[in-house]
Design a protein around this ligand. Structure first.
Ligand SMILES: NC(=O)CC[C@H](N)C(=O)O
Length: 466
């Protein structure tokens, strides 16, 4: 075999394509390619190769230890029966369809990777593979496809702040013009960089908390949406750095106050038709969409093990902060965990979707989307009935009324979300036993790291990890 014949982990034709692409990249003064994936703790980890080695990476992959599957956010390591050992190696295979020249990192391109064993078999704990499999099974077994988007919230801190302090880079009221003006140049550079990278931005605005901003982007198929959320965060961080600013996507950077969410938007489609619009159910949902929403609702406590996975997630998941901490749904209700978005009259058929709010950016976006889809499909195939909607803030419901309606507070600790996840066969099956065990070990590991810390201590411990 020549050096560039593909091994089983590669895709046919990829080597020739990578060779052509590396020539193009070199012509654009791109010297290196960032190969990125997200670990169980939600940290984006990377390797890089010189542009000239892209074809070799497409043929053979690039080595990386599987031990990162059980890394914690502070880089300490926990173990499961299968994972956490210093032995073994995996190969990172770049997805050339997603190769992107990084506008805010001159000289660099970026690609998400699939993790494959040296024998050419998908790695059991590869989150991107799990999401791709979940989506493929939904199409094959149920004829359902999805469109998804991940909202991104972050705070901008002065880069020269003392030590690890968070010092908001801009001040002024929530959603205020003063904040937009304060970040004007950086935000304009961000929009330019994302446009150059082919990311269609819907909105960028100053959010509620000090120094906080939010960006929303167009919907894509779920794997592409998860890739995009990783790319957008890489870009936000790189643009901010060029302006001498520091950013954090951590669920909470302070012990008190509104946190950073990573809400998921998801719609299920059949034969090119959005199941969330034009149906006979509530707000135009079809019966299938109602059951899909009911499925997500029923699995929410266990889902938080995937969607709100950090001790810092608990600082964000508090009532009356728009984080959606009650098992309830409502139309455009910002305090319910599930918000039915219908879109403006005239575009219901395209815009209607389900927003899942108890999700933050410590979540691995591949695992969060895979598990939410698995939960929704469970509802859909079981024709689970969707209960009554709520209006207003569920925190204000009389406790007996809340209990009668099945409105419960989501887990307030990782121990509780892990207990719910352990008991949830649907989610554990979607992830597979090896990855499910890694999730449990990593969550309990993080809980151990945070043990004994007060809220400010937890916020400080995770402030600059995400
Ligand atoms: N605009 C919003 O919905 C705010 C969301 C909120 N910051 C959260 O943590 O989820």
């Amino acid at each position: 075999m020549s050096e560039c014949d593909p091994v089983p982990g590669g895709r046919p034709g990829e080597v020739e394509r990578a060779t052509a692409l590396s020539g193009e990249l070199a012509g654009r003064d791109v010297h290196g390619v960032v190969l990125a994936y997200v670990d169980t703790a939600g940290i984006a980890r990377v390797k890089t190769v010189p542009t000239a080695k892209l074809a070799a990476a497409a043929a053979w992959g690039v080595g990386m230890s599987p031990v990162f599957d059980t890394f914690l956010a502070d880089d300490s390591i926990v173990t499961t029966d299968v994972l956490g050992s210093p032995d073994g190696d995996l190969r990172l295979y770049p997805d050339l369809d997603r190769l992107t020249v990084l506008a805010a990192q001159p000289g660099w391109a970026w690609a998400p990777v699939d993790r494959i064993t040296q024998e050419g078999v998908p790695h059991t704990a590869c989150g991107r593979t799990v999401l791709r499999r979940t989506v493929a099974e939904a199409a094959e077994r149920h004829g359902i496809t999805f469109r998804a988007a991940v909202e991104i919230e972050w705070v901008v801190s002065r880069g020269n702040a003392d030590g690890d302090a968070f010092v908001p880079a801009v001040s002024g009221p929530a959603y205020g013009a003063a904040r937009q003006i304060g970040l004007s140049d950086c935000a304009a550079d961000l929009l330019a960089a994302l446009a150059a990278q082919g990311v269609d931005v819907e909105q960028l605005h100053p959010e509620y908390a000090a120094g906080q901003f939010e960006i929303s982007v167009g919907a894509l198929d779920p794997v592409a949406a998860a890739d995009r959320s990783v790319l957008v965060r890489q870009t936000i961080r790189a643009v901010a750095r060029r302006h001498g600013l520091r950013v954090s996507f951590a669920p909470a950077v302070l012990g008190q106050g509104v946190g950073n969410g990573g809400h998921l938007h998801l719609s299920a489609w059949r034969d090119g038709t959005n199941l969330h619009a034009g149906g006979a159910g509530r707000y135009g949902m079809t019966t299938e969409a109602e059951s899909f929403v009911a499925g997500v609702l029923g699995h929410l406590p266990a889902l938080t093990a995937l969607t709100a996975p950090s001790p810092a997630s608990g600082l964000r998941l508090r009532p009356s902060q728009w984080a959606g901490v009650f098992t309830a749904w409502g139309r455009e209700t910002r305090e319910a965990a599930l918000r039915i978005v219908t879109g403006t009259a005239g575009i219901h058929d395209r815009a209607a979707n389900l927003e899942v709010k108890p999700v933050d950016l410590a979540a691995n976006p591949y695992l969060a989307l895979a598990s939410v889809i698995a939960a929704g499909l469970d509802g859909l195939v079981s024709s689970t009935p969707l209960p009554e909607e709520i209006t207003g803030d569920p925190a204000r419901l009389d406790p007996a009324d809340a209990a009668a309606r099945g409105v419960r507070r989501l887990p307030v600790s990782l121990a509780e979300s892990v207990a719910a996840f352990r008991a949830d066969g649907v989610l554990r099956t979607a992830l597979g036993p090896v990855l499910a065990d890694a999730v449990i070990a990593v969550r309990l590991g993080e809980a151990g790291v945070a043990e004994g810390l007060d809220d400010d201590g937890v916020a400080a411990a995770y402030r600059w990890k995400y």
